[in-house]
Ligand binder design. Structure first.
Ligand code: NAP
Length: 276
């Protein structure tokens, strides 16, 4: 078997940081996304004809599930079966710390995703990150930041926000080193911030006024649907925000430092690196 790692979602917040980390380790990386731009291998969850070529000769698979899908198992399970058939040995899959929130239903799509990963017959590692610091600079909160306003249903609830680069660092280890099979890693930053704290930090760094407004869960859900999120997925986002409002997001784990030997990057350090 070759030393090739297939990185799905290679243009994503984690994937684009993971690809260079793997290359630095001397790994042959097949970076996959829906476009072949930038030398990427074409891969589309909704087009199975793209998948066999992406999997051929791969030793380890980084799996970020199809976005905005509440239960992605009907797309992920066939890919894992094809990976097993193709001789892939290892999968590192991203779910969410939200799986552990007290509000998470036993039947949630994220729990089902973890189940199919664990049942894949591959050596598996599950990464459960908390809220990404980059949500504010690259993700769903960026349009609001550009208009000077962060809106959420998280109230004064705090989150141990994590740098996507720290998640990528853990993924790189799990994909290339021994000792990570059968592990579920809960990944957080080392400090907790409310969304208002995060907005104020970005305001201080950019010299702009960034206001924070908390809204009721129903209003948040309607807003997200207005932005085009499927109703089922908007419900998951708001369920997590309510859990954060009620304190579930404030948990800090030592996993990043234990595995990488480095303290997690602070929210301010992430924000200072952004060309706002
Ligand atoms: N953001 C958070 O705070 C947070 C917290 C906990 C867990 N998570 C989890 O983290 C994951 C997201 O990771 P991320 O932020 O690195 O990803 P991301 O930035 O959301 O990017 C999604 C990736 O999926 C690719 N993609 C979209 N549609 C596709 C399709 N039909 N077929 C193949 N690829 C497709 C996109 O590439 P192209 O568009 O180029 O194809 C992109 O590379 C999600 O599973 C989420 O639940 C996020």
């Amino acid at each position: 078997m070759t030393n090739t790692v297939l990185v799905l979602g290679a243009t994503g917040m984690i994937g684009r940081r993971l690809v260079p980390l793997l290359r630095d380790r001397g790994i042959t990386v097949r970076a996959a996304s829906r476009t072949a731009a930038g030398g990427h291998t074409p891969f589309d969850w909704r087009d199975p004809t793209t998948q066999a070529a992406a999997l051929a000769g791969v030793r380890a698979l980084y799996l970020v599930p199809p976005p905005l899908v509440e239960n992605p198992t009907s797309l992920v399970a066939p890919l894992l079966a094809a990976a097993k058939e193709a001789g892939v040995e290892r999968v590192v899959a991203v779910t969410s710390l939200g799986v552990e929130f007290p509000t998470e239903p036993a039947s949630s799509g994220r729990r089902a995703l973890e189940h199919v990963v664990k049942a894949s017959g591959l050596d598996w590692t599950v990464l459960r990150p908390g809220g990404f610091a980059q949500n504010f600079s690259e993700g769903f909160l960026r349009p609001g930041i550009d208009r000077g306003m962060v809106v959420s249903a998280t109230g004064a609830g705090k989150v141990a926000m994590i740098d996507a680069g720290d998640i990528a660092a853990v993924a790189a280890l799990a994909l290339t080193e021994p000792g990570h099979a059968g592990q579920t890693y809960e990944l957080t930053g080392a400090e907790t911030l409310s969304f208002a704290d995060a907005a104020a930090t970005i305001g201080r760094i950019t010299g702009r006024e960034i206001a924070y407004r908390t809204v009721e869960p129903g209003e948040m859900e309607a807003m997200l649907q207005g932005f085009g999120l499927p109703a089922e997925y908007a419900a998951v986002v708001v369920r997590d925000q309510v859990a954060i409002r009620d304190g579930a997001g404030a948990r800090i784990t030592d996993t990043v430092e234990r595995l990488t030997g480095k303290r997690p990057t602070s929210f301010a350090a992430v924000a200072e690196r952004v060309a706002w």
